[in-house]
Design a protein around this ligand. Structure first.
Ligand SMILES: Cc1cc2nc3c(=O)[nH]c(=O)nc-3n(C[C@H](O)[C@H](O)[C@H](O)COP(=O)(O)OP(=O)(O)OC[C@H]3O[C@@H](n4cnc5c(N)ncnc54)[C@H](O)[C@@H]3O)c2cc1C
Length: 402
């Protein structure tokens, strides 16, 4: 049985391992951190396309079980008025939409991989790799050298595998805003839980989702034109006051939500990775954020990482050797994922726009979502992607239609 080395135990790594197992490969996942390193972390939304990819592996319920159902989203103006009603996500094909804490998602995926008999080796940080006579030799920080028939780098935004494949690969791009977030154990609202509520403040974008338990998670994109030194970013009371100040002139519940958040964590840089020259070389490939990171503001990075994982396993299943599979994978994936990354950047630009462009944006959103589509549902193009596990990977066109 061909042996796969999967580097990274985040989202793409464990999902790839389970997809490869289904396709008949023996796989081990290597994760840089200790098993206990998962903090609470920010929350994320797993969109219908991500859940559909997981359904190919009977994994969607595992992820739904780790989070809560998120049936709709709504947009608001800076004066608190709604731009849209609650826009239902695509439920027609039954996938829905889920909000989950990052650490809960990681733990759920890793535990499920282990339950299915896939080894996950923690404290295993890849440092080097090379291919000799068709075998990949991967070296880890503790000096171990391990062999595999191919290597999948699912090691995230600051991927080491990316620079092993191409030392000239670009670094992540800072997109001019920070990621700020917080969690409230409870907050009194009269709104239905589960809906993603997005506010276009005059100075800053803000969103929140409330769990059925009452817990409220929020996320904001304070602008910082010049890239700050990440080490200089601090959480705490001064940061909370600064955030509250950004929303002072807006008539939204936002300032109050931030004000009563007990502990506002330090923000971090909002980055993306628009396009790599090389995704693969000599039986090694990068997928997920390591290959194409979308800004968190796109709300799509995790879902397209899940799509990658399933599609890569299909390509390996249907190809005679890994390099051919990697070429097919790139052919069917590159256009789509780079379009999602570009959309994430456009979202940031839209959120940062001045009064005139804000009016245009608001008008566009209100008009787009005013009426239900003719079949009674609404989808965003990013969410429409579907994967048919049983269909062969033939061409870019065939996969895009699936
Ligand atoms: C604040 C925030 C909010 C977000 N919200 C959303 C959202 O709502 N919806 C959405 O779809 N996406 C969201 N994203 C994006 C999403 O988190 C990423 O796109 C997704 O995690 C990518 O998965 P991945 O497996 O490729 O990388 P990761 O999840 O980053 O996993 C990479 C793994 O590789 C490990 N690793 C790193 N280096 C090494 C090494 N040298 N050796 C071994 N292991 C290594 C890391 O420890 C990690 O476990 C958000 C991101 C942020 C930062």
């Amino acid at each position: 049985m061909p042996r796969a080395l999967v580097v990274g135990g985040g989202i793409a790594g464990p999902v790839t391992a389970m997809a490869l197992q289904k396709a008949g490969f023996e796989t081990t996942v290597y994760e840089a951190f200790e098993r206990t390193a998962d903090g609470v972390g920010a929350f994320m939304n797993i969109a219908p396309n991500g859940l559909n990819a997981l359904e190919c592996l009977d994994l969607a319920d595992v992820v739904r079980g780790a989070g809560f159902d998120t049936p709709a989203m709504a947009f608001y103006r800076h004066d608190g008025r709604r731009l849209t009603g609650d826009i239902a996500f695509d439920r027609v094909r039954g996938t829905g939409n889920t909000t989950v804490q990052r650490s809960d998602l990681y733990i759920a995926l890793r535990e499920e991989a282990e339950r299915r008999g896939i080894p996950i080796e923690y404290d295993s940080r890849i440092t080097e790799a090379k291919t000799v006579d068709g075998t990949v030799l991967a070296t880890f920080a503790d000096g171990r050298q391990l062999e595999g028939d191919f290597l999948v780098g699912a090691d995230g935004l600051n991927s080491r595998v990316r620079t092993i494949i191409d030392p000239a690969a670009p670094s992540p791009r800072y997109v001019g805003v920070l990621n700020a977030w917080g969690l409230l154990p409870a907050y009194p609202t009269r709104e239905a839980p589960g809906v993603i509520r997005m506010f276009f403040g005059r100075k800053c974008f803000f969103m929140y989702t409330q769990a059925p338990s009452g817990e409220l998670r929020w996320y904001a994109n304070p602008p910082r034109e010049v890239r700050p030194d990440p080490a200089s970013l601090r959480g705490g009371d001064a940061w909370r006051d600064e955030l509250v100040g950004l929303f002072r002139r807006d008539r939204m519940p936002v300032a109050d939500i931030i004000r009563v958040t007990p502990d506002v964590p330090a923000p971090f840089l909002n980055c993306d990775l628009p396009s790599l020259t090389r995704w693969h070389r000599d039986r090694m490939i990068v997928i997920g954020d390591a290959a194409h990171a979308a800004s968190p503001t796109s709300g799509s990075g995790a879902s397209i990482a899940m799509e990658d994982a399933v599609t890569l396993a299909k390509c390996l299943r249907d190809s005679s050797d890994p390099d051919e599979a990697f070429r097919r994978f790139e052919a069917v994936r590159r256009t789509r994922v780079e379009a999602v990354v570009a959309q994430g950047k456009r979202n940031i630009e839209g959120n940062l726009s001045g009064p005139v462009r804000s009016l245009v944006r608001n008008h566009f959103i209100a008009r787009t979502f005013r009426k239900p589509a003719s079949d009674g549902r609404r989808t965003l193009w990013m969410h429409e992607h579907r994967i048919d596990w049983d269909a062969p990977v033939e061409s870019a066109g065939a996969e895009a239609r699936a």
